[in-house]
Design a protein. Structure first.
Lengths: 211, 211
DNA sequence: TTAAAAAAATGACTAATAGTCATAAAGTAA
DNA sequence: TTACTTTATGACTATTAGTCATTTTTTTAA
């Protein structure tokens, strides 16, 4: 009889429902302000039960991060397939990342929150592993696009695909962070349009791959 | 009589001593793990007195950040004056930033911790203002170096100095963050030398300014 | 159907820690 | 010496992550 299997399915569904509730709470109250009691109430569960499914607040964060990474990966896959040349693929990935940060700002901020913290390797949480794995895959996607660009001549030869992918990823993260965290400041104090900064950054990154 | 003045001086010295103690505690225990009781003990003060000088843990963090910004600004000033062409000045600023992140990793991490958090404008703390002010000045230094580069021909005309400065700043932040937070991961999982990533990033940023 | 066993759920409880405040000590001025 | 001001204290409160003994529900098997 499939009792165990059914229970397994229900457990997964339940975890999903909890993450749904956690998102509603975390995204509306802010990651730090929201409490586990809030999440338990929103999920219509006792606190003890909540901890039965997620053994810490961090694990809940990470489950949300994992969802964010999934969205991002899909956007990247779509971006790549829509373009011909390698350079255009790389540009499209950059645009997709910027789009993600804007249209899925909640996920982006949640991911930013955790990415900017040193995570010990010892924390071998399954979500953490999944996120790390997806990060690596993303890098490989960019490196592959660069390789295609070198072959089709849209990217100058001599660039090291993987290392360059890491650089582009880091640079993009920084710009998107600036856009997300300093948009108001840039606009009000320096009369600079944050979207223009993102476009300019994309252009400059593309330029550094050409010639 | 200069009683009030002397008291003012002593208050500033005391605040400094507290920040010294806070650094020892925060830098050794980690920003989140360290407690205000720890800091009070290290400063040989009661907790109540500590709160007389800094009204929150965040204000202490910010006082540390302010010190970090000062160091960074001095490094930038030195970097600029050591180079001739505008492009070389910009490169030197980039190198100085990377150097700061490595040689003053504690300050860098403290700054990163707060920079990556949305700070409300309502929090009109004096240290927060000072940090913001220094951030703006730093951007102006970069923009000025770009202007010099356009004039002396080492940077292509047509770049908008201030916007480009913002882009370079954002990109550098991202790369330095990657270097700081993912160094181990890059080395172990991808066999990539983090320092090489920083050098490559500098080279690519410089390339995007030339031609 | 029922009793024993297993799994899931509960919420009162603990521990940790940021921040407060009534009280006391030290310093200043007359 | 006395009245007043500033500085210092640490016991106390409030909040919240995480635990655990107990209860409720579900499953299994006779």
């Amino acid at each position: 009889m499939g009792t165990a299997e059914r229970r397994e399915r229900e457990k997964i569904r339940r975890k999903n429902d909890i993450v749904d509730a956690a998102e509603r709470i975390f995204f509306s109250k802010g990651l730090e302000t929201a409490t586990m009691d809030d999440v338990a109430a929103e999920a219509e569960l006792s606190k003890g039960t909540l901890y039965l499914y997620f053994k810490s607040k961090e694990e809940l964060y990470l489950a949300i991060n994992e969802r964010g990474f999934h969205i991002l990966q899909k956007l990247f896959a779509a971006a790549i397939s829509n373009e011909q040349s390698g350079l255009e693929k790389v540009r499209a990935i950059g645009r997709a990342y910027f789009e993600f940060a804007q249209k899925h700002a909640d996920y982006f901020n949640a991911m930013l929150y955790y990415e900017s913290r040193k995570m010990d390797v010892s924390e071998k949480n399954s979500c953490a592993r999944a996120c790390e794995q997806m990060g690596s895959e993303t890098l490989k996607i960019v490196a592959q696009a660069i390789r295609i660009g070198i072959d089709d001549g849209s990217i100058r030869p001599g660039v090291h695909p993987f290392r360059t992918a890491v650089v582009l990823w880091g640079q993009s993260s920084g710009i998107v962070q600036v856009h997300s965290l300093k948009a108001k400041h840039l606009k009000e104090k320096h009369d600079v349009d944050p979207d223009e900064i993102m476009r300019l950054s994309l252009e400059m990154m593309a330029r550094s791959l050409q010639k």
